[in-house]
Design a binder for this molecule. Structure first.
Ligand code: FAD
Length: 385
């Protein structure tokens, strides 16, 4: 009997488990294969909804579903925190001491946020990378009566690259609607030399920033927050005073992957083959989603497109054949909706060889994002789209 162990019940882990259950149905029913998902929370969280909590349009209760309800009945779910992987002995260990052996291992443990790694971050800066932080940001926005809003990114990489720009556009629109725009400035800080990592997206977003009177500060990597003076300082030596500071917190991969020697420090991202999604050249370990070191957006959409490839690779190994078909190799596909405020959005669709050509922002893509958010639990994790 071959056991496939999947660590993480987020977008990547859940979808891979369900696709594998479909592909290996006969082997599972004959007792020749088993799929085990191990997740720390036993709950699946739709993180893109956090941004809408902060913007006042979403409730936390709508963003979480029990993981069991999303998994094919052929998949076994274990709720527990994995503390180590031993790739030589081919087993993982849980925090209760339980040891689970695997034949094939899929790492879909996402990213960690570390606001505490910047002094004064937690007391001074807001963010929307957890439901709780997003709720606090909403309270702060409701209390805001005008002043200096500074939005930035503490360091790269981080989840959902468009998110901070989207928040800047949405907050600027909200300030206008509330009659506070004349009493406010909005500054956007990018750690690199342009507004967005991908040039074509930067070319689309930069004129929108200018049109909305949002000042762009490039090469702004957050170094310190001076809580007394209410000033954020960059590594490059620029200082920006703020009344409301919103920063994407620093991100890293999971500590246990670093401790297990699978993901190098300091980032903790898994060295992943860009086509096979195999980790560190090992024949039976795969990664997808935010946990990888691939030079792509850390996005649910990335995990969504990677899952069929991991499924095909793992199924091929279990069935003793070569990976085949259109999902034998990952081409770097990503597709993300991008809000620009005022009920408009655009779409970023790209792969390793084709950069995005975002259409002119319009209502259609904004509505596309809203509908996608509302239907997510019925579609993506279950492999229906
Ligand atoms: C504010 C915000 C907005 C976003 N907007 C978008 C968007 O518009 N479009 C988009 O495509 N993406 C968006 N994303 C990104 C998207 O949510 C992530 O990229 C996606 O969830 C990654 O999927 P994953 O499976 O890699 O990890 P996750 O979905 O984070 O799942 C990881 C799972 O691993 C589990 N885990 C971690 N460590 C352990 C352990 N030691 N033991 C057991 N289990 C463990 C966790 O409990 C979790 O369930 C957004 C994210 C945020 C925060």
């Amino acid at each position: 009997m071959k056991r496939i162990v999947i660590l993480g019940g987020g977008v990547g882990g859940t979808l891979t488990a369900n696709l594998l259950a479909r592909k290996l149905r006969r082997s599972i029913d004959r007792g020749e294969a088993e799929i085990v998902v191990i997740d720390a929370q036993g709950a699946h969280v739709y993180q893109p909804g956090f941004m809408y909590i902060a913007m006042g349009g979403e409730r936390e209760a709508k963003l979480t579903k029990p993981e069991r309800a999303l998994l094919d009945q052929r998949v076994r779910l274990m709720v527990g925190t994995v503390t180590s992987v031993d790739p030589t002995a081919q087993h993982v260990t849980l925090d209760n001491g339980e040891v689970i052996a695997y034949d094939q291992l899929v790492l879909a443990t996402g990213a960690r946020i570390l606001p505490e790694s910047i002094e004064h971050f937690e007391a001074e800066a807001h963010h929307f990378y957890t439901a709780e932080a997003a709720r606090r940001l909403r309270v702060a926005l409701d209390a805001f009566k005008g002043g200096r809003v500074v939005i930035g990114i503490a360091s790269m990489p981080y989840k959902c690259p468009p998110a901070p720009l989207e928040v800047a556009f949405l907050i600027e629109a909200e300030l206008r609607e509330r009659g506070l725009r004349d009493k406010s400035t909005v500054d956007y800080c990018s750690p690199i030399g342009r507004a967005f990592t991908i040039e074509s997206v930067s070319e689309m977003a930069t004129p929108i920033l200018a049109e909305k009177g949002i000042e762009l500060h490039t090469f702004f990597n957050v170094e310190t927050i001076d809580a007394e003076r209410k000033v954020v300082q960059s590594l490059e030596g620029e200082e920006l005073p703020y009344d409301l500071l919103i920063l994407v917190p620093p991100h890293k991969g999971q500590q246990f992957l670093m401790d297990s020697g699978l993901a190098p420090a300091p980032g903790g991202w898994l060295p992943t083959d860009r086509h096979t999604l195999r980790v560190g050249g090992r024949p039976n370990i795969y990664a997808l989603g935010d946990a990888t070191d691939l030079p792509l957006s850390k996005a649910g959409s990335t995990a969504h497109f990677e899952a069929p490839v991991v499924t095909e690779q793992v199924a091929a190994a279990v069935l003793g054949r070569e990976a085949k078909g259109k999902h034998a190799s990952y081409a770097g596909n990503v597709m993300c909706f991008f809000e620009v405020g005022d009920g408009k959005g655009t779409l970023l669709r790209f792969d390793y060889d084709h950069p995005p050509k975002p259409p002119k922002p319009n209502q259609f893509w904004h509505l596309g994002k809203i509908i996608f958010n509302k239907t997510y639990f019925h579609t993506v994790p279950k492999g229906r789209v």
